[in-house]
Design a protein around this ligand. Structure first.
Ligand SMILES: C[S@@+](CC[C@H](N)C(=O)[O-])C[C@H]1O[C@@H](n2cnc3c(N)ncnc32)[C@H](O)[C@@H]1O
Length: 274
């Protein structure tokens, strides 16, 4: 049964999408390093990766904190955590869980918390930031990246055109729903939850895909069952065909070259003396 456009569900992931994400998510792993660099994670630190997916970035961070540190990755999708657990080690653990409910963690236990390509999936951003602040130590660092609605990915723009060309626009226009944030929205959210030193930067990232099929596979795996879900299977096929035609505009000798835009934001929980 197709869903209403704009809904994000955690109920539609499949083992195939989770497996496919473990490869396709190399895209997110690469830009995840732009998140981890400025967080300046040090040996011995305790770090929480929220929305860890299949755990590739958490595994990288476990290498940074070393044997005296600890990384915990949580994700609401059990199938992704199952794959992440294959990466588990003495300083790296995974569990199912959501940003909005970090009750399993005591107050003030992490030096750094990050969300890589996750914040635009979270509807209750207030609750999530309240929880992040609670589990961070005073002076602890938060880093996240998020889609910015004022700079949609090129593939999203082409997808909208494909939907229109397939004659399916109407109220299902945004059938790759995300809940992005602008710089102003982030700034006030962070301030409302007592974070200091807010800074953000919009980055343009270049992705090369062999063909439309691999781009669609990446989009599907990244959206855990939310991609084009507002359409019936035959409508979806129409959109996919129109999209495959349109995306050829981006063909270069290296492959299909598309720009994505992510806003990277950083802040810290005020030190206890403030
Ligand atoms: C594109 S994947 C990113 C995965 C991983 N961070 C990475 O860098 O590869 C988005 C992830 O956000 C997770 N997610 C969605 N809603 C969430 C929520 N409310 N709290 C925590 N994670 C959530 C999904 O389950 C999914 O694994």
């Amino acid at each position: 049964m197709p869903r209403t456009a704009g809904d994000i569900s955690l109920e539609h992931d499949t083992p195939e999408l989770a497996r496919s994400y473990d490869d396709a998510g190399l895209v997110q792993f690469r830009h995840g390093k732009f998140l981890i660099g400025p967080l300046a994670i040090k040996s011995g630190e305790h770090v929480l990766d929220i929305g860890t997916g299949t755990g590739r970035l958490a595994e990288f961070v476990a290498g940074l904190v070393g044997p005296n540190g600890r990384v915990i990755g949580i994700d609401p999708l059990a199938g992704r955590i199952e794959i992440a657990r294959l990466r588990q080690g003495d300083n790296l653990q995974f569990a199912t869980g959501r940003a909005e409910d970090l009750a399993r963690f005591d107050d003030a236990q992490f030096d750094a918390v990050y969300l890589n390509s996750v914040f635009h999936w979270i509807s209750d951003k207030d609750r999530a930031l309240q929880e992040v602040r609670r589990v961070l130590k005073p002076g602890g660092r938060l880093g996240l990246n998020v889609q910015d609605p004022s700079h949609p990915h090129q593939s999203r723009v082409l997808l909208r055109r494909a939907i229109a060309e397939a004659g399916l626009a109407g109220n299902r226009q945004d059938s790759n729903p995300v809940l992005g944030s602008t710089d102003d929205e982030l700034k006030s959210l962070f301030a409302a939850h007592g974070f200091t030193g807010y800074r953000s930067e919009l980055r343009a990232l270049i992705d090369i895909h062999d063909d439309a099929a691999s781009l669609l596979q990446w989009s599907e795996a990244s959206a855990f069952g939310n991609f084009l879900e507002a359409f019936t299977p035959s409508e979806r096929e129409q959109v996919r065909r129109a999209f495959a035609r349109l995306v050829e505009e981006k063909r270069t000798p290296e492959g299909l070259k598309l720009e994505r835009y992510l806003r990277f934001a950083f802040a810290q929980k005020a030190p206890s003396h403030q």
